[in-house]
Design a protein around this ligand. Structure first.
Ligand code: CP
Length: 318
C-alpha cells in the first residue's frame, strides 16, 4: 500500500477529524476541480491502486462520483452491490468482505445502513476504509463536498453562517456537516420540527431555531434535508402539507426576506416538500455544483489516503 499523507489511515467520520487534514483535502479538491475542466479529465495518480465500492444501501450521487473519481485517478475499481451478491444466499458480511479482500484490494469505499459498520470493517481488514454513509451516523465525504462548495461560493468558511433545515435527527449529512463546519470555524444553526432535532444537539456547538424565517434572516447559506421516512419506525410528521408549510423552502418565502441566500441540498430532493422546484432550479441554488464538487472531493480523499500526494505533489505545499 502506498503512503497516506493524512493523520488517520481511514476516513470514517468527521467527529474530531484533524482540521489541517480537512484543509489539505479541500485544497487538493480544488486542484482536482481544475482537472475536471480539462478536455482529458484523467491523471495517472492512483495507477496500480485497486479500490472496491461496497454498497449495501441505495445511492446515486455518492456511488457514481466515487466510481468517476477512481477512474479519473486511473485506479482499478470493482463494484459490489449487496442486492445482487451472495449475501442473498446467506453469506455473512465478514465472509463477504474477507473474500473480496483476499483478491488484494487496497481501499474500500463502503455505504451501509448500520451505524459504525465502516469502523467495524477496519477491525478485520488491512485496507483503507472510506465511509460513504453509515445509517444515520455520518457521511463525511458529503460534508467535505459541501464545505468545498461553500468555500467555492463564498471564498471562506470561518465565520460563515450555515443553516441546516429538516430532519436533523436521522441525518448523517447534518451530523458530518456540523462536525466539519464547526471545526473550520463556521457558525451552524439547525431548524426543523422539534421531534426531528436531537435532544443533545447543542452539545455539538450548534444553535437551534424552530422558526424557518428567523433562520433565513440569520443565514448566509441553507443546506436543506429531506425527511428520511425510511429511517423512521413510525411517521414523525403529521403530514407532508403541514411540513411544507412550516419548513418548506419556497420562492415566496425567500422573496419575503429580500436578501441573497445560497441554497444547498445533498440530494435526493423531494421537490414540493422540503424544497420547491423554483428554488432548486434557481440561480441561488448550488445543488449541481455540489454534485460536481463531489467528484473532485472524492478524488482528493482517495488521492490523499492512497498515497497520491506522496507520489506526485510537493509535500511542502501543506
Ligand atoms: N447525497 C447522497 O448521499 O446521495 P446518494 O444517496 O444518491 O448517494
Amino acid at each position: 500500500m502506498t503512503n497516506n499523507i493524512l493523520k488517520q489511515k481511514h476516513l470514517l467520520f468527521l467527529k474530531k477529524y484533524p482540521k489541517e487534514d480537512i484543509e489539505l483535502i479541500l485544497n487538493t479538491a480544488f486542484k482536482f476541480r481544475e482537472v475536471l475542466d480539462r478536455p482529458i479529465k484523467k491523471v495517472p495518480s492512483l495507477q496500480g491502486v485497486t479500490i472496491v465500492n461496497l454498497f449495501f444501501e441505495n445511492s446515486t450521487r455518492t456511488r457514481i462520483s466515487f466510481e468517476l473519481a477512481q477512474k479519473r485517478l486511473s485506479a482499478d475499481t470493482v463494484n459490489f452491490s449487496a442486492s445482487s451478491s451472495s449475501l442473498k444466499k446467506g453469506e455473512s458480511f465478514k465472509d463477504t468482505v474477507q473474500n473480496i479482500m483476499s483478491m488484494k484490494i487496497d481501499a474500500v469505499v463502503m455505504r451501509h445502513p448500520a451505524p459504525g459498520s465502516p469502523k467495524h470493517l477496519t477491525e478485520f481488514i488491512d485496507a483503507v476504509v472510506v465511509n460513504a454513509g453509515d445509517g444515520a451516523h455520518e457521511h463525511p465525504t458529503q460534508a467535505i463536498l459541501d464545505m468545498m462548495s461553500l468555500k467555492e461560493k463564498f471564498g471562506y468558511l470561518k465565520g460563515l453562517k450555515v443553516g441546516i433545515v429538516g430532519d436533523i435527527l436521522h441525518s448523517r449529512v447534518a451530523r458530518s456537516n456540523i462536525y466539519g463546519l464547526i471545526n473550520m470555524g463556521a457558525e451552524v444553526m439547525v431548524c426543523g420540527p422539534p421531534n426531528l432535532i436531537p435532544r443533545n444537539i447543542k452539545d455539538l456547538g450548534v444553535d437551534v431555531k424552530y422558526d424557518l424565517d428567523e433562520l433565513i434572516e440569520w443565514a448566509d447559506a441553507l443546506n436543506i434535508l429531506r425527511i428520511q421516512k425510511e429511517r423512521m419506525g413510525q411517521p414523525l410528521i403529521p403530514s407532508t402539507r403541514e411540513y411544507r408549510s412550516s419548513f418548506g423552502i419556497t420562492l415566496d418565502r425567500l422573496r419575503n426576506h429580500k436578501k441573497e441566500i445560497t441554497i444547498m441540498h445533498p440530494g435526493p430532493m423531494n421537490r414540493g416538500v422540503e424544497i420547491d422546484s423554483r428554488v432548486a432550479d434557481s440561480e441561488q441554488a448550488i445543488i449541481l455544483d455540489q454534485v460536481l464538487n463531489g467528484v473532485a472531493s472524492r478524488m482528493s480523499i482517495l488521492y490523499c489516503l492512497c498515497g497520491g500526494y506522496s507520489n506526485e505533489m510537493e509535500q511542502n505545499e501543506r
